[in-house]
Design a binder for this molecule. Structure first.
Ligand code: AMP
Length: 413
């Protein structure tokens, strides 16, 4: 993360063919048509930018998991990019050609015949056996399709695939599109120049999924707030009784170490002080609010309680920057969405910079209609977690200001 990254605005685009990785992995209706076009719309800024500057666009994306349905021809056919191309055509007013292959001579011929402003959408990249293997041959074939490469698919930058990482080894220039640049800007701030106090809120189910995130955040934050299913594993590590609440046995030692590290580094680590517990994992279960040290043996905690809401929201209101990953209750059930909703409302109204990790947390904030009240809502669940782990993500490494350089952290090439 130390090198200056190259952005789409740094590129000379007139007459150039831009190979752009987008994230058109959209939710679909049963007939394959687009059910939610948010991801397509999100890429329009970069798409329009290239076209307005006289560039030609070759777009590539994956859609779903073709490997999982490879023996079912009907299901596989639903993962072709045709409905996405139709939808894109309706958004940009024509001029979109969908090709039936990912790479090869027919694709090269179609690209060679393009005029400025034209858009070609390649077939689902995951239909090609070389994509997920990051096959150098496919990467080279893809690289031939563009004068420059633009990455605007944050949701896949943590994967070293041919269309996300391999290709960058063979193109003259690789740059971040507007979407990816915004993600890099906000996560870059958290990692390198946070405004303080910096508060991280972690929730969700498992501690063991977030070992590296917890460890790295403890090097960065002033306060670490733990909620959701994860909290019970921390409480167990403190020797407390958690009834039937979610326990991640593999995470107990991790939680204990995290608490030791927080104490050693002077990081304030906040755990819930009360819970909404239920007698079943059901929206209509009987519930009661109990103190954290009084969870009844046969009950399970499914949301944080009102005292905890106060504790956590006070912390949010004091913060200059807040990064949040993981719901603090089972927000999918309305009766246990109260804590997550309260945190989202407070973040939407607070004065600090607010950064929402992708996946469930982004889904919750969008569901509450608060997405546009946050400074940044990440479009990548896995990618945002790996950013917070402090990793260099494969799809971002090569987006440097050193065209043709190797992009590593060390050799300066
Ligand atoms: P993760 O994928 O690890 O971020 O976990 C997200 C899931 O954690 C969501 O589906 C939530 O319903 C779930 N979750 C949050 N709080 C709890 C809880 N107290 N008990 C069980 N699951 C929870």
């Amino acid at each position: 993360m130390t090198m200056k990254k190259l952005g789409i605005e740094d590129l000379d685009l007139a007459g150039k063919t831009v190979l752009m990785r987008v994230d058109f992995n959209v939710p679909q209706h049963a007939d394959g048509t687009v059910r939610d076009d948010m991801r397509i719309r999100a890429a329009l800024k970069s798409i329009n930018y290239v076209r307005e500057r006289g560039g030609k666009l070759v777009l590539m994306s994956h859609l779903g998991r073709p490997k999982k349905v490879k023996d079912d021809a009907v299901k596989l056919a639903l993962l072709k990019m045709d409905p996405v191309a139709d939808h894109l055509r309706s958004l940009v007013g024509g001029n979109v050609t969908k090709l039936d292959e990912v790479a090869g001579p027919a694709v090269e011929a179609a690209v060679a015949a393009m005029q400025p402003g034209d858009i070609i959408l390649l077939e689902n990249t995951r239909f090609h056996p070389g994509e997920e293997k990051n096959d150098p041959e496919l990467s080279q074939q893809l690289a031939k399709l563009g004068d420059v490469y633009v990455s605007d698919a944050f949701g896949t930058v943590h994967r070293a695939h041919a269309s996300t990482e391999g290709v960058t080894r063979y193109v003259a220039q690789s740059a971040a599109g507007f979407l990816v640049a915004k993600e890099m800007e906000y996560f870059g701030k958290v990692l390198q120049s946070p405004e303080r106090p910096l508060v991280a809120i972690l929730g969700g189910a498992k501690v063991s999924d977030k070992i590296l995130v917890i460890d790295n955040l403890l090097n960065l934050v002033d306060t670490l707030v733990i909620g959701g299913g994860m909290a019970y594993t921390f409480m167990k590590a403190k020797g407390m009784e958690i009834g039937k609440s979610l326990l991640d046995k593999d995470g107990i030692e991790v939680a204990a170490k995290a608490m030791e590290k927080a104490a050693a580094q002077g990081v304030k680590l906040l755990l819930p002080v009360d819970f909404k517990v239920a007698d079943a994992f059901d929206n209509n279960a009987n519930t009661q609010i109990v103190a954290a040290d009084a969870i009844p043996a046969d009950w399970e905690g499914l949301d944080i309680g009102p005292e905890t809401v106060k504790l956590f929201t006070d912390e949010i209101n004091r913060a200059a920057m807040i990064v949040w990953n993981g719901p603090v209750g089972v927000f999918e059930m309305p009766n246990f969405a109260v804590g997550t909703r309260a945190l989202a409302d407070t973040m939407a109204a607070c004065k600090g910079v607010t950064i929402i990790g992708g996946g469930d947390t982004a889904a919750a904030v969008i569901q509450f209609g608060l997405a546009d009240k946050m400074s940044h809502v990440s479009t990548g669940g896995g990618a945002s977690l790996e950013m917070l782990e402090g990793k260099e993500l494969p799809g971002l490494v090569a987006l440097t200001d050193k065209p043709g350089g190797c992009g590593c952290c060390c050799c300066g090439g």
